[in-house]
Design a protein around this ligand. Structure first.
Ligand code: C5P
Length: 237
C-alpha cells in the first residue's frame, strides 16, 4: 500500500462547508476521509454519497451496536451510499458482527463496487480498567482487546480499530490480511503534551498498523496541507 492508501483524515467538523474546506485544502493526494458521529449527525447520508461520487473513499465511523437485524439493515443502507469502511462494536457479539458483514455484502451486490469493509471496535480507548469494572467486566483490557478482535475475525469482519500500543499484540494474534486501523497518532516532532499513549505514523506502521486515522493534527494545523504532507512522508519510512 502507498502512504496515500494508509492515511485517513478525520473530518471532525460540524458542517459540510467546514468538511469541504478541509478536504479541498489538502492538495497532497489524500484518498481517505472519516465521517464520524458529529458530521454524520448534521449532514447525513447525502454527504457520504457526494464524497464517494467524487472519488473520495469514505470511512463511516458510526460504531454501530444494536440487535443483529437492525445492524444488518443499517449496514446495507450504508453500503449503498458507497462507503468503504464502517465501524461496529465487537461488544455487540458474534451474531451482530456476522449480521453487519451480511448487510455489507448485500448492500454492495447491486453496485458493482468493492464491498463495504467492517471494522470492529474492541474496547474504547477512553475506558480504563476501573470503567470496565463499573459495568461488570473484570477481564484485563489487554486480554479483552485480543479476545474481541479474534471474535471479530471469526465473524468475518475485515479488521479492527485499535490503539497503536495494541497493534503489535493484535498483529501477532490475527490473520495477516486482517486490517489494523489506529487513531492516537501524532506527527513526528509534534509536541505530545500530556498525550502519552500516542505514536508517530512511522512507529504505528512498524507496530503493525495498516492504516492510521489523524484528526486534530491536520484539522487544527496552521497549514493542514503541510501537516498531511509531513505525515505522508513519515509513512514512507
Ligand atoms: O486525536 P485525533 O483528533 O487525531 O483523533 C482522530 C479520530 O480518531 C477522531 O475522530 C476520534 O474519534 C478517533 N479516536 C479514537 N480513539 C482515540 C482517539 C481518537 O477513535 N483514542
Amino acid at each position: 500500500m502507498s502512504p496515500q492508501e494508509r492515511l485517513i483524515v478525520a473530518l471532525d467538523l460540524p458542517t459540510r462547508a467546514d468538511a469541504d474546506a478541509l478536504a479541498d485544502a489538502l492538495d497532497v493526494d489524500v484518498k481517505w476521509f472519516k465521517i464520524g458521529l458529529e458530521l454524520y449527525s448534521s449532514e447525513g447520508p447525502g454527504l457520504v454519497r457526494d464524497y464517494t461520487a467524487a472519488g473520495r473513499r469514505v470511512f463511516v465511523d458510526l460504531k454501530l451496536h444494536d440487535i443483529p437485524a437492525t445492524v444488518e439493515r443499517a449496514t446495507k443502507r450504508l453500503a449503498g451510499l458507497g462507503a468503504s469502511l464502517l465501524t461496529i462494536h465487537a461488544a455487540g457479539g458474534r451474531a451482530m458482527m456476522e449480521a453487519a458483514v451480511a448487510g455489507a455484502s448485500a448492500g454492495a451486490a447491486g453496485q458493482g463496487g468493492e464491498r463495504l469493509r467492517i471494522l470492529a471496535v474492541t474496547v474504547l480507548t477512553s475506558l480504563e480498567q476501573s470503567d470496565l469494572a463499573g459495568v461488570g467486566i473484570q477481564a484485563p483490557i489487554s486480554e479483552l482487546v485480543v479476545k474481541r478482535a479474534k471474535l471479530a475475525a471469526e465473524a468475518g469482519c475485515d479488521g479492527v480499530v485499535a490503539s497503536p500500543h495494541e497493534a503489535a499484540a493484535l498483529r501477532a494474534a490475527l490473520p495477516e490480511d486482517f486490517l489494523i486501523v489506529t487513531p492516537g497518532v501524532r506527527p513526528a516532532g509534534a509536541a505530545l503534551g500530556d498525550q502519552k499513549r500516542v505514536m508517530t505514523p512511522a512507529m504505528a506502521r512498524r507496530a503493525g498498523a495498516d492504516m492510521i486515522v489523524v484528526g486534530r493534527p491536520i484539522r487544527d494545523a496552521q497549514s493542514p496541507n503541510a501537516a498531511a504532507k509531513r505525515i505522508l512522508e513519515d509513512l514512507e519510512l
